[in-house]
Design a binder for this molecule. Structure first.
Ligand code: ADP
Ligand code: AMP
Length: 198
C-alpha cells in the first residue's frame, strides 16, 4: 500500500503537535513531526549533522531538505515495515518552504499520495505566547523570544507561500487554531469526518 499523507502546517506553537496526537488517538494515523525527527537526529551521537541542525534550529532557519526528507522517508518505511496497515501519516511541519516541496517531489512522487494540507491558522501573537509558555518546561533551544521572532519570519516568508500554493490547488483544510483547545479539536474533527476518514 502506498503511504497516504496529510501535511500539517501552521505557525510555531499553532498547536500542530497537540492536534496530531488527538487524531492519532482516534484514527489509524502515524504522526511524524519534521521538527521532532530533526531534534532526534541532532541528539544521535554518530550523526554527522548534529551541529548543523542545532545551528539551524536556534536560528529558526529551515534545515536543508536532503536531511529532512531522508529522516521522513526512513520513518515512513520503518513504520510500514513493522505494520503494513500503518500507511497513513500526518507529516507535521513539512513542507516548510519551496526547497522542502521540490525535495518531496523529487524523492517521493509516485511513492506516496498527498491527500491535503491541514492548516492550523493562528495569529503571530498567540503563537509566540504559546511557545513562550511551552518554553517554561520544553527545554527547547528555540522557545525563546529571540528565536521565535526569527521562526515567525521564516514562517511568514517561506511557509505561507506553500500553504497558498496548496490553497490554489484546492487542497487546504483550515482550522482556526487561535481558539480554545476544545473548540479547535471540535472544528478539526468536523473536517475530519467530512473528508479525512477515507
Ligand atoms: P506546534 O506543534 O504547532 O509547535 P504545540 O502543539 O506544541 O504547537 O502547541 C504549543 C503550545 O500551545 C503547547 O504548550 C500546547 O499545550 C499549547 N496549545 C496548543 N493548542 C492550544 C490551544 N488551542 N489553546 C491554548 N493552548 C494551546
Ligand atoms: P517545530 O518543531 O516544527 O517547531 O520545528 C523546529 C525547528 O526545526 C524549525 O524552526 C526548523 O529549524 C527545523 N525544522 C522543522 N521542520 C523542518 C522542515 N520541514 N525543514 C527544515 N527544517 C525544519
Amino acid at each position: 500500500m502506498k503511504p497516504q499523507v496529510v501535511f500539517v502546517l501552521g505557525g510555531p506553537g499553532a498547536g500542530k503537535g497537540t492536534q496530531c496526537s488527538k487524531i492519532v488517538e482516534n484514527y489509524n494515523y502515524t504522526h511524524l513531526s519534521a521538527g521532532d525527527l530533526l531534534r532526534a537526529e541532532r541528539s544521535r551521537k554518530e550523526s554527522e549533522f548534529g551541529q548543523l541542525i542545532d545551528n539551524y534550529i536556534k536560528e529558526g532557519k529551515i534545515v536543508p531538505v536532503e536531511i529532512t526528507i531522508n529522516l521522513l522517508r526512513k520513518a515512513m518505511e520503518e513504520t510500514m515495515q513493522k505494520d503494513d496497515k500503518k500507511f497513513r501519516f500526518l507529516i507535521d511541519g513539512f513542507p516548510r518552504n519551496e526547497d522542502n516541496l521540490t525535495g518531496w517531489d523529487t524523492v517521493m512522487v509516485g511513492k506516496a499520495d498527498v491527500k491535503f494540507v491541514l492548516f492550523f491558522d493562528c495569529s503571530n501573537e498567540v503563537c509566540i505566547d504559546r511557545c513562550l509558555e511551552r518554553g517554561k518546561s520544553s527545554g527547547r533551544t528555540d522557545d525563546n523570544r529571540e528565536s521565535l521572532e526569527k521562526r515567525i519570519q521564516t514562517y511568514l516568508q517561506s511557509t505561507r507561500p506553500i500553504i497558498e500554493l496548496y490553497e490554489k490547488r484546492g487542497k487546504v483544510h483550515t482550522v482556526d487554531a487561535s481558539r480554545s483547545l476544545d473548540k479547535v479539536i471540535k472544528n478539526m474533527f468536523c473536517l475530519w469526518f467530512l473528508d479525512l476518514d477515507a
